[in-house]
Design a protein around this ligand. Structure first.
Ligand SMILES: Cc1cc2nc3c(=O)[nH]c(=O)nc-3n(C[C@H](O)[C@H](O)[C@H](O)COP(=O)(O)OP(=O)(O)OC[C@H]3O[C@@H](n4cnc5c(N)ncnc54)[C@H](O)[C@@H]3O)c2cc1C
Length: 386
């Protein structure tokens, strides 16, 4: 007879491994992952330095169909709680900006988590979960390497982004097989495709973006495929079909050009604008307006059009750069079927969902890893109390 584990965790990513470190030593735990190595997304996170939390983490920084769902878990396990875990291992970390906490290397976080795993936790790596079934009081987990049995299952299989790191939709399939609906997944914290800006590739600018009544102030990066950089990644979380970009948020371009027209009528408009914006941007972005003319010869109507293009540029979104480039998947398992205190499924006792697989998506800046830690902690606490 095969061993019956107390807990099987599907996914050796941030939430799955953290849950494994928090489950009491007297419970047998098996972690199954399709990858060869654990914590692959943590490894690449924060450009290799792991933005492991944000000290401002609260429900205000998460999107979900049920915005209050994350409150309880975030309060039970806070950014300070994670920093205490790092402190115990004397791991150095620092605040980069806006509450974003980074390590010097994501390997520091990986090593800390691995060191905190107890002997009760075993692993089956390079093993793909296909489906799970409930038979009486146990779950049968069918994988590419055979069948495993457990009393509790934690689905910590993440979202669909970065298939190259073995991301898959298995969590959504498992949810659906237990009649738990999925909030339509889509790539988020992702660049936006456009052929309009190829000549500006490599240029970065501080911008203000208006998207669905929100305002985002951060850097925008032009790439050979479209728009990226933190401002665009943040906007992608809220955008549906259009965003308004202010490429020069600190200056009212219309007033600036009118004033220049009065003071320096012989100056060329591209040279005037090159004082406040990169020349490459000016030459390419407003090329259509005969910009090498003296400003005295430019009508007020055209000045208004130039100003509007720079200060409130309407960018219509056709495509994002897709799951291959998205830091997260927005949407996921419908949280109205999950207990916000324990992450246990309301209609299937002993089945849990944690981390990104749930319809909880954090803003850019450490919020998604904090959600992985907090939701895993809530789930492990419940299992420990059983
Ligand atoms: C490039 C990049 C950078 C990021 N940087 C940051 C950052 O700095 N800060 C931040 O807060 N967030 C960051 N994120 C987001 C963050 O990494 C994720 O939100 C977080 O890892 C989610 O944790 P998780 O445990 O839910 O899923 P994951 O960490 O994705 O783990 C899921 C695991 O499930 C496994 N799996 C999937 N399908 C199967 C299957 N069928 N069978 C077996 N195993 C399976 C996968 O192999 C994976 O190991 C980044 C993401 C990316 C892609």
């Amino acid at each position: 007879m095969n061993q019956i584990y107390d807990v099987i965790i599907i996914g050796a990513g941030a939430s799955g491994i953290f849950a494994a470190t928090q489950i009491k030593k007297d419970k047998s735990v098996l972690v199954i992952d399709a990858n060869e190595k654990k914590l692959r997304k943590v490894f690449v996170s924060g450009g290799g330095r792991c933005n492991f939390t944000n000290v401002n983490a609260s429900s205000n920084y998460y999107t979900s169909n049920n915005p209050k769902f994350c409150i309880s878990a975030l309060k039970s396990f806070t950014p300070n709680d994670f920093m205490e875990i790092l402190d115990k291992k004397e791991v150095k970390y620092f605040e980069k900006q806006m509450g974003q906490m980074f390590c010097n290397s994501s390997l520091d976080v990986i090593k800390t988590l691995e060191d905190n795993l107890n002997e009760n936790v075993s692993f089956h790596m390079k093993n793909k979960v296909m489906f799970i079934l409930k038979k009486e009081d146990a779950f049968l987990v069918r994988t590419s390497q055979g069948l495993f049995t457990s009393k509790n299952v934690i689905v910590a299989s993440g979202g669909k982004s970065f298939e190259s790191l073995k991301a898959s939709d298995i969590g959504y399939k498992i949810a659906k097989s237990f009649d738990i609906p999925i909030i339509e997944p889509r790539p988020a914290l992702v660049g936006l495709e456009s052929e309009e800006f190829t000549s500006l590739s490599g240029l970065s600018l501080p911008v203000k973006i208006r998207v669905n009544k929100r305002e985002i102030n951060d850097d925008l990066l032009f790439t050979h495929k479209g728009l990226s950089g933190p401002a665009i990644l943040k906007a992608s979380l809220f955008a549906s079909n259009k965003i308004i970009i202010n490429f020069c948020p600190t200056i009212n371009i219309e007033e600036f050009l009118q004033s220049a027209k009065n003071k320096n009528p012989k100056m060329k408009i591209n040279n005037i604008l090159a004082d406040i914006l990169p020349k490459k941007f000016v030459d390419s972005f407003i090329e259509e307006f005969n910009i090498s003319s003296e400003i005295a010869n430019i009508s007020n109507k055209i000045i208004s059009k130039i100003a509007s293009k720079i200060n409130s540029y309407e960018f219509n979104i056709t495509e994002t750069m897709g799951y291959d480039k998205a830091e997260v998947t927005k949407g996921g398992v419908d949280t109205s079927y999950i207990s916000s205190k324990t992450m246990e499924t309301k209609n299937v006792p002993n089945l849990y969902f944690i981390g990104e697989v749930l319809d909880v998506t954090g803003y850019l800046g450490g919020y998604n890893l904090q959600w992985a830690w907090s939701s895993a902690f809530a789930c492990a606490k419940d299992i420990n109390e059983k």
